[in-house]
Design a protein around this ligand. Structure first.
Ligand SMILES: CC(C)(COP(=O)(O)OP(=O)(O)OC[C@H]1O[C@@H](n2cnc3c(N)ncnc32)[C@H](O)[C@@H]1OP(=O)(O)O)[C@@H](O)C(=O)NCCC(=O)NCCS
Length: 167
């Protein structure tokens, strides 16, 4: 069977960033609560924003924050739920790693829900990051309040294979 081509593109138009983010995270209520649904479409407009498209339709995105000259951080990533497990998240993470390296940075961070929350949807999310070479770095108490323990994970370029991401 022929696979549909997935394209990864840099989006700068704020209205498109807002609508892509909103449409996708509204399909992901197990991961994004009402505050996330309200805030990410606005916040992502200020980020480096990449969209994954299939036949012209956006099916996933990643938004990256430039922290400083050494470090970038994944602010938010989401794939339409019926497209999970097809390698689209991997393409977006590889593009984020390439963006990080191309900008001369050598640290990529992500904050996610810690295992101590005992919330299965985010168990899958952490396994995804682990499979992409991220390791647990620290717990940040109180970052999202006591109910939502925050785990910061880190990716360092040397920890992948010797290939450049995306090669
Ligand atoms: C997490 C997410 C971005 C992953 O994207 P995806 O396209 O489904 O992931 P991929 O198909 O590229 O899978 C990549 C790897 O993760 C693993 N993985 C993906 N989903 C998994 C799951 N549900 N359980 C276990 N492992 C999983 C795959 O086995 C694969 O491993 P491999 O590369 O070693 O073969 C996507 O599922 C998603 O949008 N989740 C909801 C939103 C979310 O969690 N955002 C992050 C908030 S911090």
């Amino acid at each position: 069977m022929e696979h549909d081509l997935i394209e990864i593109g840099h989006i700068t138009d704020h209205n498109r960033i807002e609508s892509i983010t909103r449409e996708i995270i509204l399909t992901l209520p197990a991961w994004f609560d009402a505050a996330g649904q309200k805030n990410y479409p606005v916040e992502n407009q200020q980020k480096y924003f990449l969209a994954a498209t299939k036949k012209g339709k956006a099916i996933g995105f990643i938004a990256i924050t430039d922290i400083d000259s050494t470090t970038a951080e994944i602010h938010c990533i989401g794939i339409l739920e019926d497209e999970h497990g097809k390698g689209i998240g991997t393409k977006l993470i590889n593009a984020a790693k390439a963006y990080c390296l191309d900008g001369g940075r050598d640290v990529l961070l992500v904050k996610t829900l810690d295992a101590s929350a005992h919330y299965p949807p985010y168990d899958k999310t952490r396994r995804f990051y682990e499979s992409k070479g991220f390791v647990s770095r620290r717990l940040i108490a109180g970052f999202w309040g006591a109910e939502n323990p925050c785990l910061e994970m880190i990716w360092l370029p040397g920890t992948d294979s010797n290939r450049r991401p995306g090669d």
